[in-house]
Design a protein around this ligand. Structure first.
Ligand SMILES: Cc1cc2nc3c(=O)[nH]c(=O)nc-3n(C[C@H](O)[C@H](O)[C@H](O)COP(=O)(O)OP(=O)(O)OC[C@H]3O[C@@H](n4cnc5c(N)ncnc54)[C@H](O)[C@@H]3O)c2cc1C
Length: 482
């Protein structure tokens, strides 16, 4: 490796640090890095660096920090919020090259992953080598990052029982702008285990939901669970918002499910090939409910299914109309496209493979007591803006809070559609935030528009923490600027 001087181009100086094969200035790649699935646009970076090792990350950060060059970390860029788009050019740090599963400890129920490790990779590795364990999956494509999801408080198919993916973190290893390596959780005190974040001061939190503005995570210890012998996933078709949420609440109360979700009617039409459905025949179901159960005992499963039958009988006795329960294995036999909802990880291609490939959403975490109100209002807003009223709701962490997510697909190459998506998303946050539904994976436009609504003490502390972690403001600038 040669020594580069300040007079040389940025790419040469980076190549001198990490090797030219890890640096790209390909104009097409730089241009593509300024957009993601959403309506948000960034500024093309000046160079892309793809590190293989922690030492590479340290070298790039030390250099960028000394020269005050922005660094934006990115994995597979599917966060659906513009969170990995450079705001001011600089260096795009493509972390996908660090993609090893470093350790699985089945008895201590954790695994250590590099940030580039994908959902599909974990599933394949655990199923083949550690069938006594299982992990939980998001609905994001199998080739996206597990660690990114944990750093963004993502939601999984076991989140009803175990909370967001961040709650599965035992700690992280991160590199700070001056090159310092930090290990959090129990690994801060012993190299014998990394099975808990307790009893340490929770410095792992310094890297959660900060969108890479506090440090670059290079490893994460993440919990895995005991696998279960028996699993059931079934669907119900409902015709009324209130009745559907009443059934969800009754199921949650019994503590018999791993996951429960509600999807509104455009989902089914899109699954069956309609691109942007805006009309529903009143005889068609309004909502699709799904629920997962898992256990080791047939008698336990039978009991749970009988509890479900009781809940449905009570709902029907009050006049509610439901079809089902329909076992997903039977649904797949009738209609193979239901396979998308049968096994995880999965690729929801009906959201991605359409003209212009745009996908955006307002995803929120909020009080389940206001779900019905929030869902009805959001569906109305989406219809008024000409979008299919596609909503998803899921109870999280034993229903201590719930997801309410409103999804739009659009053509990214059509400026009118891009503007319409930006407008409807703003209208949705305007309506939902005052009701207590807080946008997750929070996009920069939400920070900018609603930052003054933050508790002043919180805002002050947040800014102080960021200043301590990243004094020169080089890490993913433009995010959490409040
Ligand atoms: C069809 C579809 C369905 C989805 N379903 C779900 C779902 O069910 N649940 C869910 O939670 N999400 C879902 N997602 C969102 C997203 O795909 C997942 O959260 C995914 O795990 C993000 O991974 P990524 O590799 O794309 O991260 P990226 O978008 O590349 O990065 C995410 C954030 O992490 C930062 N970052 C990247 N690397 C580092 C690092 N090493 N250190 C610090 N910060 C870093 C980035 O700057 C960015 O802010 C879905 C997305 C799609 C497209």
């Amino acid at each position: 490796m040669t020594l580069a001087t300040a007079a040389q181009p940025l790419s040469d100086r980076l190549a001198a640090l990490v090797g030219s094969e890890r640096v790209s200035t390909d104009p097409a790649k730089l241009k593509e890095a300024a957009r993601d699935l959403t309506e948000v646009r960034g500024t093309p970076p000046d160079a892309i660096v793809k590190p293989d090792t922690v030492e590479h990350v340290q070298a790039v950060l030390r250099f960028a920090n000394a020269e005050k060059i922005p660094v934006t970390p990115v994995l597979y860029n599917t966060n659906v919020g513009g969170l990995a788009l450079p705001a001011h050019g600089g260096i795009l740090l493509d972390m996908t090259g660090m993609n090893r599963i470093l350790e699985v400890r089945p008895d201590d129920l954790y695994m250590v992953l590099e940030p580039g490790v994908q959902w599909g990779q974990v599933k394949e590795h655990l199923d083949r080598n550690f069938p006594q364990t299982r992990f939980a999956y998001s609905l994001s494509p199998p080739e996206t990052s597990v660690v990114a999801n944990a750093l963004m408080d993502g939601l999984l198919n076991l989140s009803l029982r175990f909370g967001t993916c961040a709650e599965w973190l035992n700690g992280v290893e991160a590199v700070l702008p001056d090159g310092t390596i930090v290990r959090t959780g129990s690994r801060a005190w012993t190299d014998q285990q990394w099975c808990t974040n307790a009893p340490m001061p929770d410095l792992t939190g310094l890297f959660i939901n900060f969108h890479g503005t506090t440090g670059i995570v290079t490893k994460a210890s993440i919990r895995i669970q005991q696998s279960k012998r028996l699993r059931r996933r079934f669907f119900l078709m409902g015709y009324d918002v209130d009745a559907a949420f009443a059934v969800v609440r009754a199921l949650v109360k019994e503590e018999i499910c791993d996951d429960i979700g509600i999807l509104t009617w455009p989902t089914a039409k899109m699954l069956f090939g309609e691109t942007r459905p805006v009309w529903r025949d009143p005889s068609e179901p309004l909502m699709m409910l799904y629920a997962d159960m898992s256990t080791n005992r047939q008698a336990d499963l039978d009991l749970r299914m009988s509890i479900l039958d009781e809940i449905l009988a009570a709902a029907r006795a009050k006049g509610a109309k439901f079809q089902g329960p329909l076992d997903v294995r039977d649904l797949v036999k009738i209609e193979p496209r239901f396979q998308k909802f049968a096994e995880f990880p999965t690729r929801l291609d009906f959201l991605l493979d359409h003209k212009g490939g745009g996908l955006s959403w307002v995803g929120t975490y909020g009080p389940t007591s206001r779900w019905e109100e929030g869902t009805k209002l959001s569906m109305k807003i989406m219809e008024e803006h000409g979008f299919p009223p596609l909503a998803v709701a899921r109870p999280m962490a034993q229903s201590h809070f719930g997801v309410l997510r409103l999804i739009e697909t659009f053509d990214r190459d059509d400026p009118a559609q891009v503007a319409a998506v930006a407008k409807v998303n703003m209208a949705l946050v305007d309506a939902l935030l005052p009701m207590g539904f807080v946008p997750y994976k929070t996009p920069a436009w939400v920070h900018a528009r609603y930052g003054d609504k933050l508790d002043p003490g919180f805002r002050e502390l947040l800014n102080r923490v960021r200043k301590v972690m990243d004094p020169n403001g080089i890490l993913n600038p433009g995010k959490w600027s409040v």
